[in-house]
Design a protein around this ligand. Structure first.
Ligand code: ADP
Ligand code: MG
Length: 343
């Protein structure tokens, strides 16, 4: 054992990147969340070679000031929270100020942005953080484009863990699906190797919502699910609940959002399982796309770097509300659609 030394910042960033950037899909998740946090109404995603070669996310959100462009790439730099109290009620998808720093330390990244106050935009380019970022003028309408190329080009050990193009793209598409289901007022487009895979128009009317869910989750789900929308004591649950007859052998069509953030949570899973327990056979899983809305102060999202987990301050209350709402909805299903009887 030799002396204890502080890691240089480049190495520290690469190590920290491991928590945030596991594969191309994790890059896409962070970039899409940033675009939504910036208030984008249209987000365009272009991907090449399963995202390992290129991921480009363009939005029409609020943009980044010229002087702040290099800062956006620094670790622990965020515009979303300022003081410790802000952690008590987080209203944005990001807040850790880690993503762009992490991604830029393991890829070649460019960030082009325009806040809309000037005619042109500005661009900053970094390659694995070897150089100090320089800012140059670049044509760009209001909004931001982040272009990530050659993921893990400088970390061969990580690169070896990447799977085939198809597998990586499947993960990317799943991230896209989750996020596109979270914000109906924003239009999304995804293309892979120059071919458009999903084109989802914006607009928050019922027909567009149904069309989007059918496009992303399949029309069979849409046909065999029921809409729910119930509010009680400051909690609101809405979305679509798969009929028991639409149960699945895997828990692969389960989307649960808390204030617009897709999450996995034991309290939620337990409430759902209980609600379906009378009508599903052992080993079968329900399908659902559900949105829970509640006061952000009642949920802690600062549990894990990927922010997939949350902690409810009033677990019991949330559990009982979910269970009661779902149980009631299932009880109203007509008998023919109720029991998941194998044909
Ligand atoms: P976080 O999202 O946790 O704040 P990030 O590293 O993802 O951290 O982003 C750092 C900062 O860069 C953000 O706080 C935001 O101010 C700015 N930023 C990143 N992406 C965008 C975007 N698409 N549009 C506008 N600002 C952005
Ligand atoms: Mg972010």
């Amino acid at each position: 054992m030799s002396k204890i030394q502080l890691l240089d910042s480049r190495l520290a960033n690469q190590i920290a990147a491991g928590e945030v950037v596991e594969r191309p899909a994790s890059v896409l998740k962070e970039l899409l969340e940033n675009a939504l946090d910036a208030g984008a109404r249209q987000i365009t995603v272009d991907v090449e070679q399963g995202g390992t070669k290129l991921i480009r996310v363009r939005d029409d959100g609020g943009g980044i000031e010229r002087d702040e462009l290099p800062l956006a790439l620094s670790r622990h730099a965020t515009s979303k929270i300022h003081v410790a109290e802000d952690l008590e009620a987080i209203g944005t998808l990001g807040f850790r100020g880690e993503a762009l720093a992490a991604i830029s330390s393991v890829s070649r990244l460019s960030l082009t942005s325009n806040t809309g106050e000037q005619a042109e935009g500005w661009e900053v380019v970094v390659e694995g953080r070897d150089m100090a970022p320089s800012v140059t003028p670049a044509g760009h309408p209001r909004g931001t484009t982040v272009t990530m190329r050659d993921l893990f080009f400088n970390t061969p050990a990580r690169r070896r863990f990447l799977r085939t193009e198809k597998t990586e793209f499947n993960h990317l598409e799943e991230v896209f699906r989750r996020i596109a289901l979270s914000e109906f007022q924003t239009g999304f487009r995804l293309s892979h190797n120059q071919k458009v895979v999903h084109q989802l128009p914006s607009g928050d009317n019922e027909a567009l919502r149904v069309a989007r869910v059918a496009r992303l989750c399949g029309s069979a789900f849409m046909e065999q699910s029921m809409p729910v929308d119930v509010s009680h004591a400051g909690l609101r649950l809405h979305g679509w609940l798969g009929l028991p007859t639409f149960s699945r052998s895997q828990a692969d069509l389960q989307y649960f959002y808390v204030n617009g953030r897709v999450i996995r949570d034991k309290v939620v899973s337990h409430a759902v399982r209980q609600a379906y327990s009378d009508v599903l056979y052992h080993g079968r899983h329900p399908a659902f796309v559900l949105f829970l809305e509640l006061d952000p102060a009642l949920v802690d999202v600062n549990v894990h770097p990927t922010k997939h987990e949350v902690r409810f301050r009033e677990q019991r209350m949330v559990h009982d509300f979910l269970y009661r709402t779902l149980h009631r909805a299932i009880a109203e299903v007509r008998p023919a659609d109720r029991l998941d009887v194998p044909a």
